[in-house]
Design a protein around this ligand. Structure first.
Ligand code: J2J
Length: 523
């Protein structure tokens, strides 16, 4: 596929020979499970594996009838709903590639994604969280807009239901879907994941996390996020005959009743949700005793809080340090408590190659902090259509520069110590500083802008925008600035939480804005 960077032949041969890559396809994830078992629960809706399979097959036929074909790209922006799972399975079966946008994305992100991916269709809910996605769709120039709900002038998802037809399946080495990178530069990047690498991603994860037919997996993060989708996530649970329960959010009043009613055994959350749950048990009376494992990842979960989980929530913690780019680290279910509390886990696969390097790219002595570089059977070799960026983000021999600063223990477990990349991790939501700065620079009163993360007890970090205001102009208030970003169609999680005005930016010796010194001004 044009624009996709695959693995060199010698690595492909090795991953196949050593059994990491099999011939599986993502669209076949339900195969082999008893069709009468319960697969998916969302609100009042309950689907067995047989029903889910039929719905996916009929939707696949509907997509083909609409005119979509193998190799087409579709930007998918759906909340946690059966339509997301059905639509995704349908597309994967016929080799139509979903580009997984987040529900919070707006014109700025969606327009860019449609363009970069060359999307033929955009799949949305009618209204979600008070936002009318059809209005957003009218601003794109895709051929087809598919709406789950009231379709207005667009194609209704319900109408995509058609009698199954024969179709040509994709090949295991084909790109199956695109995930979004958290981003460090002006614009987010697309990560092409192939059938065989993503099947390995969820199957190996399901193995390490002990998923099986008795698994009740609660989805509280956006289903489009790698963590909730495939680590082991929805796909991992379905592949093992488990039950997937979709929640609208991680709010305790949404999640706790579902844990009790559906006897949920495992859930993936970001640290702010874990903290919320730790507090909420004292005032909630739901029975959470079915919960066996709380997976926490996306941002660093403090050891002091991790140790509280078993006593307060009555379940184990599993720390997950993952990335849409590939590499996943999990603490193992039988790791000693101490390691589970302090570390962010160790690599999923024996074939994951890890290097911890200094600024010169030399390996640091064991136990010291350095940048994490990685290569492996489910880690990308390049972003889609981004050759200039790829030249910086990968070493010559194909290691991905994660931008994360880690320390490696003798056991192979990693401790995340910080970040080198220009990104703010706002409770697991990633904000590329440069992207935000470019939006801020468009404000008429802003001469220059720098976005930095400020430590926050709940979110881990919040976003502070340092502004140099044009001479004679008054600085915008935080509210005005948010309104401005909203008018530019920027997702709300990227809005600054705070603004500070400053006369000049501190600079590093090479003349770059020193984000470190800026952040230090706030403490
Ligand atoms: C510290 N930083 C972490 C952790 C991710 C599972 C879990 C998370 C993601 C994810 C994911 C961290 N402690 N436990 O895709 O499948 C930061 C790192 C990393 C970046 C990746 C998954 N877990 N991080 O968060 O693509 O900086 O994926 O490089 O959104 O989040 O972000 P993202």
């Amino acid at each position: 596929m044009e624009g996709f960077v695959g693995w060199p032949a010698e690595f492909e041969e090795r991953y196949i020979a050593e059994g990491y890559w099999k011939d599986g396809l993502l669209g076949d994830v339900l195969n082999g499970v008893d069709p009468d078992r319960e697969a998916l629960v969302c609100g009042e809706e309950r689907l067995t594996y047989g029903e889910l399979d039929r719905r996916a097959e009929r939707t696949a036929a509907g997509l083909l009838r609409l005119g979509l074909k193998k190799g087409d790209h579709v930007v998918v922006q759906l909340p946690n709903s059966p339509s997301f799972v059905i639509g995704l399975l349908a597309m994967m079966r016929i080799g139509v590639l979903p580009v997984l946008a987040l529900p919070a994305h707006r014109e700025s992100e969606i327009g860019y994604l449609c363009e970069l991916a060359g999307a033929r269709a955009y799949f949305i809910p009618d209204v979600h969280g008070g936002h009318d996605h059809r209005e957003l769709a009218r601003k794109t120039s895709v051929e087809f807009v598919i709406v789950d709900g009231e379709a207005q002038e667009f194609v209704s998802f319900a109408d995509l239901d058609a009698d199954p037809v024969p179709y040509e399946k994709p090949s295991p080495s084909d790109v199956a879907l695109f995930l979004l990178s958290g981003g460090t530069t002006g614009l987010p990047k697309l990560i092409g994941r192939t059938h065989r690498d993503y099947v390995y991603n969820y199957e190996a994860s399901a193995e390490v996390c002990g998923f099986g037919p008795d698994t009740g997996y609660l989805v509280v993060l956006p289903a489009a996020h790698n963590f909730a989708l495939a680590c082991p996530g929805i796909l991992g649970a379905l592949s093992r005959g488990g039950k997937v329960v979709l929640a609208p959010s991680g709010a305790p009043d949404a999640a706790f009743p579902l844990i009790e009613a559906e006897r949920v055994t495992v859930c993936a959350v970001v640290p702010p949700i874990a903290l919320l749950w730790l507090d909420a048990v004292s005032w909630s009376d739901e029975d959470l005793s079915s919960l066996e494992v709380l997976q926490v990842g996306g941002a660093k979960f403090a050891a002091e809080r991790a140790v509280q989980v078993p006593g307060v929530l009555g379940c184990r913690v599993q720390q997950v340090f993952g990335m849409a780019e590939g590499l996943l680290n999990y603490t193992r279910l039988d790791d000693p408590d101490e390691l589970v509390a302090v570390s962010q886990g160790r690599p999923l696969s024996p074939a994951d190659e890890i290097r911890v390097v200094d600024a010169e790219g030399e390996d640091v002595p064991s136990g010291e902090v350095g940048e994490l570089l990685t290569r492996g059977p489910y880690t990308l070799r390049g972003y889609y259509r981004a050759p200039a960026h790829n030249a910086r983000s990968f070493t010559d021999d194909g290691f991905y520069r994660t931008g994360d600063l880690v320390r490696r223990l003798a056991s192979g477990h990693l401790i995340v110590e910080g970040r080198e990349k220009d990104q703010i991790n706002r409770g697991g939501d990633k904000v590329a500083a440069e992207e935000l700065e470019n939006h801020l620079l468009a404000h008429p009163a802003v001469h220059d802008a720098a976005a930095v993360g400020v430590p926050d007890p709940v979110m881990g970090e919040r976003t502070c925008a340092f502004l140099i205001v044009r001479e004679g102009d008054t600085p915008p208030t935080l509210r005005e600035l948010k309104e401005f970003l909203k008018s530019r169609g920027v997702a709300a999680y990227k809005f600054p939480d705070r603004i500070e005005t400053i006369d000049v930016f501190p600079r590093t010796p090479v003349g770059k804005v020193s984000k470190k010194q800026l952040a230090a001004l706030l403490t």
